[in-house]
Ligand binder design. Structure first.
Ligand SMILES: *Cc1c(COP(=O)(O)O)cnc(C)c1O
Length: 396
């Protein structure tokens, strides 16, 4: 990667001149604090004492025996405070914002997960918080809107475009430009203009560092394969990063095929996406024939972003990571399988990785090891899976 945040042709800083000032200020601040021993110690303390890190690396013995292939370990990001990996990134960015003297945090959210994690950290560290959310998403995710309010955040609805995640991101950029002096924009995944993809990856790479140390302790060696789901790609970058140089470790990203990659109802950016510039970065995106960003669909609200972080596009191009597409039906099957086999209800996003890992494990031998990054817990998805199965529950 060169100075401008390029991963070969991907990445960069494609923003209007007005945003450039803010992006540069952030870039300078991040360069200054990322290796600062005090900053690193404060963040390590928050990870440990607030977020409940290190998260467990759990040997899934029943699942291993049942599938009959590789030994399966599960990295339990679902046990973090707030129930997913997103808190790792929010703790890092909001702490950085505080160091920069910012008083106010803004963020975008789709399903509400990143909004809740951001609001949580703002409550803890005492900063004002405003979350932009598409008005369509606000209706679909009213429980998370209530949660963010409970945590002291203001949630602002966005009516433009399709009134979903991508429109919320546009609105957040607009706010940032008008309030640069006071405001820090906390982006939720490894996307956007440099330095975000690198910075967010750095705040998530603790996942692969812990996996490496924990597996060395348990097995005295590296895994043969690591599997994670990809929306924007932050939990996967976190789970992959420390293994990139270990060429014998296979890396697999599981993206959302929705109703199938051969249908319009999909979010399979890696299978179907083409190069474009959007949200400040050059990467792969799902587009219509006019080059407009296409609407996306997945049963999993956390995976339905029409693009992918630039470092993933790069890892795919150089063949260092493989990406597979997993349908709604397969994800739901994995959701039920892990619940009944190990007593762990996975997030529907993470269930995509569980499915991909089940397929992979079966092809591997008993002396091999596969690690699944379980990005989040599935309590939030039980209602939706019930509806998918045609089970009537009382309205929540
Ligand atoms: C948001 C979310 C994702 C997708 O985001 P990435 O940046 O791709 O990690 C995956 N799993 C869970 C549980 C999430 O909340």
């Amino acid at each position: 990667m060169n100075e401008k945040g390029r991963f070969d042709v991907f990445g960069g800083q494609y923003v209007p001149e007005t945003v450039m000032t803010a992006v540069h200020e952030l870039e300078e601040a991040y360069d200054r604090y990322k290796d600062d021993p005090v900053f690193k110690e404060e963040l390590a303390k928050l990870y440990r004492d607030y977020a409940n890190r290190p998260s467990l690396l759990y040997y899934a013995e029943k699942m291993t025996k049942d599938l009959g292939g590789a030994k399966i370990y599960i990295k339990r990001e679902d046990l973090n405070h707030t129930g997913a990996h997103k808190i790792n990134n929010c703790l890092g960015q909001v702490l950085l914002a505080k160091k920069m003297g910012k008083k106010r945090i803004i963020a975008e959210t789709g399903a509400g997960q990143h909004g809740v994690a951001t609001a949580t950290v703002c409550a803890l560290l005492g900063l004002d918080c405003e979350i932009y959310m598409g008005s369509t998403d606000m209706e679909r995710q009213s429980l998370n809107v209530f949660r963010m309010n409970l945590l002291g955040a203001k949630v602002t609805g966005v009516d433009s475009g399709t009134a979903t995640l991508k429109d919320a991101i546009n609105e957040a950029f607009r706010d940032w430009v008008s309030n640069i002096d006071t405001t820090f924009y906390c982006i939720g995944s490894v996307m956007g203009p440099h330095p975000y993809p690198t910075m967010v990856r750095d705040f998530q790479k603790i996942i692969s560092e812990e996996i490496k140390a924990q597996l060395r302790e348990a097995e005295g060696r590296l895994p043969d394969c690591v599997v994670a789901c990809v929306g924007g790609g932050s939990n996967a970058m976190g789970a992959f990063y420390d293994f990139i140089e270990d060429k014998d470790v296979k890396l697999i990203g599981a993206e959302a095929a929705g109703r199938g990659v051969d249908t319009p109802d999909t979010a399979a950016t890696m299978a179907l996406g083409t190069m474009a510039i959007f949200h400040g970065m050059k990467s792969l995106f799902l587009q219509d024939k006019y080059g407009q960003i296409a609407p996306v669909y997945s049963i999993s609200a956390g995976l339905d972003y029409p693009g992918i972080g630039p470092e993933h596009a790069y890892l795919k191009t150089i063949g260092r990571a493989d990406y597979v597409s997993v349908t709604d039906a397969q994800a739901v099957e994995a959701f039920e399988y892990l619940s009944r086999t190990e007593g762990i209800i996975p997030a529907i996003e993470s269930s995509h990785a569980v499915w991909a890992a089940m397929e992979q494990a079966k092809k591997m031998t008993k002396d091999q090891i596969i690690v699944i990054n379980l990005s989040g817990r599935g309590d939030k998805d039980v209602y939706q899976v019930a509806r998918y199965k045609g089970v009537e529950l009382d309205e929540q």
